[in-house]
Structure formats: structure tokens, C-alpha cells
Design a binder for this molecule. Sequence first.
Ligand code: NAG
Ligand code: NAG
Ligand code: NAG
Ligand code: NAG
Ligand code: NAG
Ligand code: ZN
Length: 443
Amino acid sequence: MFTSPFSRVAALRVLLALGSSSLSAIVAAPADPTTEAGEAKLTDPTVECTPYNYPAVSSALTSFPPIWEPASIVPGDMDAEEQWAAIQGGVPDIPPKGTLSGNFGGLNYPQSDPDCWWTFSQCTTPKAPGLVPDIAVMPEPQTLGYGFDDGPNCSHNAFYDYLSAQNQKATMFYIGSNVMDWPLEAQRAVTDGHEICVHTWSHHYMTSFTSEDAFAELYYSLKAIKLVTGVTPTCWRPPFGDIDDRIRSISSGMGLRTVLWKYDSDDWQFGSTPGVTSADVDNNYQKMINDADNGLFANVGTMILTHELNNYTMAEAMKYYPLLKKAFANIVPVGVGLNVSHPYAETSYTLPSFAQYVSGDAGSSSGANANNTAPIAPTTNATVTSSVAPATSSTAAQPSGTSAAAAQSESGAGSARMDLRKNIAAVICVASVLAGALLVGAH
Ligand SMILES: *[C@@H]1O[C@H](CO)[C@@H](O)[C@H](O)[C@H]1NC(C)=O
Ligand SMILES: *[C@@H]1O[C@H](CO)[C@@H](O)[C@H](O)[C@H]1NC(C)=O
Ligand SMILES: *[C@@H]1O[C@H](CO)[C@@H](O)[C@H](O)[C@H]1NC(C)=O
Ligand SMILES: *[C@@H]1O[C@H](CO)[C@@H](O)[C@H](O)[C@H]1NC(C)=O
Ligand SMILES: *[C@@H]1O[C@H](CO)[C@@H](O)[C@H](O)[C@H]1NC(C)=O
Ligand SMILES: [Zn+2]
């Protein structure tokens, strides 16, 4: 299924023979696809997307659910069991909804939206006690919360290079399975100073999972990001926005703030949903830009849903960046827009405050290095200075056991995506025709 990584093996052997693990070689950062800095130098998307073996990941695979499969707690995982036991009691008694791929047909859900189900009503203010509202806008005026879902994409170097050249940081909502498949690419986000949030393990509709499995989707994503990058995120975005108070209570019990959005570029649908054209996606971006020009964000900023999914979505992001810069006074990572000084459980890493970021401090806000293997700049309560150093280098390159799964999963993930509005419209039909029950009101 996948191309042999022989050329990588050969290249690696040459590099090893040359002593590439010496500090000077790493600082020079050749295009050596076994370190974060080397991988970041690759420019050919085909080479970037050639699967590789990363020992820290391949030796840990048995402690994770199968990559791209809906997660459950791995048998014998005492830490997961303990964490789940600690939050389980507080989870509201709301049954799972629909299927993994978001088919809610036949579900008789009350019009009053008792569960604050975003998919149903775009509800972001929980009804169950003790839960904070989801973040869907930026509190600062004329400010865009800038983020990308579904990464890390294997061929994201051109896009991340572009962001670096613009001195622009963003929030990356990473899928745990992608992090396991592309660990060096995930490390680049931390090295570049982007903020990492969680986007679940297998990218399914979260309200469809049992509570324990929903926990596992988040738990193993956090664990994968920690294993690979050394940091533990404190934020997440539900795939398709599919969240209700049951899922909120689980994510909140795990220390994760929920981040949604206000505008939807629908960029992921180009090339996967017949009839969705690139002009449609342009129009979606343009609508938000028009609203900005018309003063809609004079008091409160906003957020748009965009993706690090493929070449098109990333190219579109680059095409629109200059236009967004014109339309908004500030473009900031979500955590910066909220003055979150410590975006991770590891307090050695800090984000600049909103005021610092917009005054230009972002330039020095590059973060801790991959997995904290390198010296981390001391916390100054301001920005962390850049400290680029080697990621843990692998010493062998073998065919990756995960690559076939990854290849399958991409198409699987693609086909699982669907247009929520169409989906809900279909649900209304099914519900009213078959069950005589009207599921939702007008949106
Ligand atoms: C990343 O983007 C490339 C280029 O569009 C695409 O071929 C690949 O399937 C994407 N997915 C992942 C997981 O990298
Ligand atoms: C990160 O650190 C942990 C604990 O020190 C270690 O088990 C893991 O292998 C490291 N991951 C990488 C990618 O080096
Ligand atoms: C898209 O793919 C082309 C051709 O492989 C490449 O030159 C370009 O840099 C890619 N764009 C992005 C945003 O990755
Ligand atoms: C962020 O901090 C600034 C300066 O202290 C303050 O004006 C602003 O209200 C804060 N924003 C949020 C969302 O807390
Ligand atoms: C950062 O702020 C905390 C709380 O205000 C303070 O205790 C600490 O000494 C500060 N650290 C530095 C390095 O300034
Ligand atoms: Zn997604």
C-alpha cells in the first residue's frame, strides 16, 4: 500500500555516518526526516507524506487504541481507569445520540434542547449545572481567533513556513491518530509557537459515544500529544461541533475548555462533497470579511472554522490570510485571545497575553521544544524565547506499522465528514416521515 521508506533508511544511514546527531549538524537542520527540525525542512509533499517509523511512537502503540479506530479504554490501563472513575460520577444522565458518523435519524429529541446540543441548536451555554459556556467568539473587538482543525497534516511545511514568515501563531486542533502517524509534524507546532488543542482520537461524532468511550477519545489524544510533544493541552474542539452537556461534563472533568466557532468556511467539503466548489468556500470566507468591514465585530471578535486537512484547505488559508489581516485589527491564537498564560498542564510553557501578542511580542513567543527534551526558556510570565533544539532522534527507520491504517483512515475520515445542515435536514425528514416526530425547528 505505501511506498517503501528505503530512501529514508538510506538517507538516514548516510546522515548517521556523517555524524548528523552532533549539535552543529542539527543546528544546521538538513532535510533529515528523522528529527523535527529536519522534517520541517522537507519541501516535496510526497516526501513529507512518506510514512516513517518513530520509535517513541511505535514502541508505545500497545498502550493506545488502534489508530483511527473509535477509542475505548485499553484493557489494563490503570491510569485511564482511575481518571475515568474520578469524573464518571459527575456526568449527567444523557443517553448517547445517533451513530459515529452522525446519523441522528429516528432520534426523538425535544424541541426545548434540554442537553444544549450544539448540533441541534448551536447551543453554547450549558444547561447542566457547573459547566462553563463554550468559546465561540473572541472577547476582544475586531479580533479573529485563528485556528485549524484535523492536523497534523503530513505535508504542512509550506503552510507552517508561511505562518512563520508572517510571524503568525495559530491554534492547531490535532487529531490524536494523526499525531501518532505524523509525530515530527506535531512537534513542529510546538517548536513554531502554535497552540495545540485536542480534536479527538478518531474524529467521530462525540455525542454518539458511550461516556467511557468519549473519555477515551480525549484521554488517548492527550496522551499521544504528551508522548510526542511533551505538552498536555487544556482545550479541545469537538469534530463537527457535536457536543452536548454529557460530553461537556466529560471534557471539563479532564481540564479541557471547549472551543467552537461562529463562521464556517466549509473548506473541507471542497473535493469531498460533490457540488461544493472553491467559489463556495471563497464566499464563506468573504461573508465574514464583509461582516468585519460592516463593523459587526466592533465590540466582540469572532472565529472561523478552517482546516489543516489537505493542500487545498491550507492553500486557501494562505490565500485569505492577507485579506483577513486587512479585515481584522488582530489575528490571534485562541488561548492568546483569552489571555491564557499557561496553555498546557506543564507550566514551563507560557503564551503571551493578548496585549503582549498584539504589541508584537509574538515574535519571540516560540515555544518549548518537542517533548521538553531540549532546554526550555525559563518562564518569565511574558514570552518564551525561541529554543530550537533536537527532537528525540530516531536511530532506525523501518516500515511503519501505522501507515496502512493512516492511508485508509484519511479516506475514512473524509467520508465520515458530512454537511451538518443537510444531515439535520435529512433527520427532520426521516423523523417526521417515519416516526411522526419533528426533530428540530428552523435553523
Ligand atoms: C495531507 O495533505 C496531503 C496533500 O493534500 C494529502 O495527500 C494527505 O492525505 C493529507 N492528510 C494527512 C493525514 O496528512
Ligand atoms: C517524551 O518523554 C516521555 C517521558 O519522559 C518518554 O516516555 C517519551 O518516549 C518521550 N517522547 C518522545 C517523542 O521522545
Ligand atoms: C500544494 O501542492 C503543491 C504541489 O505539490 C505544492 O507546490 C504546494 O506548496 C502545496 N501547497 C500547500 C499549501 O501545501
Ligand atoms: C486580557 O488582558 C487584558 C489586559 O489585562 C484585558 O484588558 C482583557 O480584558 C483580557 N481579556 C480577557 C478575555 O480576559
Ligand atoms: C510570575 O508570576 C507569578 C504570579 O504573579 C509570580 O509568583 C512569579 O514570581 C512570576 N515569575 C516570574 C519569573 O516573574
Ligand atoms: Zn475536524
